[in-house]
Design a protein around this ligand. Structure first.
Ligand code: SF4
Length: 240
């Protein structure tokens, strides 16, 4: 699909979602490359959609710089959600600050408290949410539809970026001078918390840069987008 056709279909779906759900629609964005394209399209062509991101407390400085740049470049109040202080303190007291390296259970606990719980708070009272998911990011995303029922959160879920490829994303970013995380220029593909993200080498799967110390089986898909999961169980929160 040409870039202009991709833009057209993404904007059409964003408009459809905004016109149907109004202020009960939200876009939780992790400020990844596809997220920045979608923010650009929303700000320029589909204003009126609420946008938020999560500050887990463990993000790279480059991501905080991008958050600030988004505010200034687009003149928007990007909503920022934080984890519950009591939950973080109790977790760290019991398991230590770097608990995620010790077991998959600990990593899921940390992602649950730092990402999933704040996201659930952000989605409370909403009718629908928007994602930046792409078909080419994981094998089991090939069956994802542009509009879905999300049984995890009990909302409608819109996936306007499904047909974009990595190459389409970067073509758009360069042509439209879109702000992006400078870590992408240092071979980081998927950027999350600083302690759980690394650069990848040529030929490595892009997902190899996240939670690299775990086996591939446990990383097959991030929890927030696995529709069979029950809310609060085994969710990593990586998809936002
Ligand atoms: S990515 Fe790492 S630090 Fe961030 S919430 Fe998940 S386990 Fe915790």
């Amino acid at each position: 699909m040409s870039t202009s056709a991709l833009i057209e279909s993404t904007v059409a779906l964003l408009r459809q979602a905004r016109d149907k759900h109004g202020d009960r629609l939200i876009y939780p964005c992790a400020l990844g490359s596809e997220g920045m394209v979608q923010i650009d399209l929303i700000c320029k062509q589909v204003p009126g959609i609420r946008m938020m991101t999560l500050d887990t407390g463990r993000l790279p400085q480059a991501t905080y710089e991008l958050m600030q740049e988004v505010r200034e470049h687009y003149g928007i109040d990007l909503e920022i959600m934080f984890p519950d202080q009591d939950e973080v303190e109790a977790m760290v007291r019991k398991h230590g600050v770097n608990l995620f390296y010790h077991s998959v259970e600990n990593r899921k606990l940390c992602c649950g408290i730092r990402k999933v719980h704040p996201l659930k708070r952000a989605l409370t009272g909403m009718e629908a949410w928007i994602t930046g998911r792409r078909r080419d990011q994981a094998e089991n995303r090939a069956v994802v539809q542009p509009v879905e029922n999300d049984p995890v959160f009990g909302l409608m879920k819109y996936n306007p970026m499904l047909d974009w490829t990595e190459s389409d994303i970067w073509t758009y970013i360069r042509e439209h001078d879109v702000p992006y995380n400078r870590l992408h220029d240092e071979h980081y593909v998927s950027i999350g918390c600083e302690c759980c993200t690394r650069a990848i080498t040529a030929g490595e799967d892009p997902r190899a840069g996240r939670w690299w110390w775990e086996s591939e089986d446990t990383l097959a898909e991030c929890g927030l987008h696995v529709s069979s999961l029950h809310a609060g169980e085994g969710e990593s929160g990586e998809g936002i």
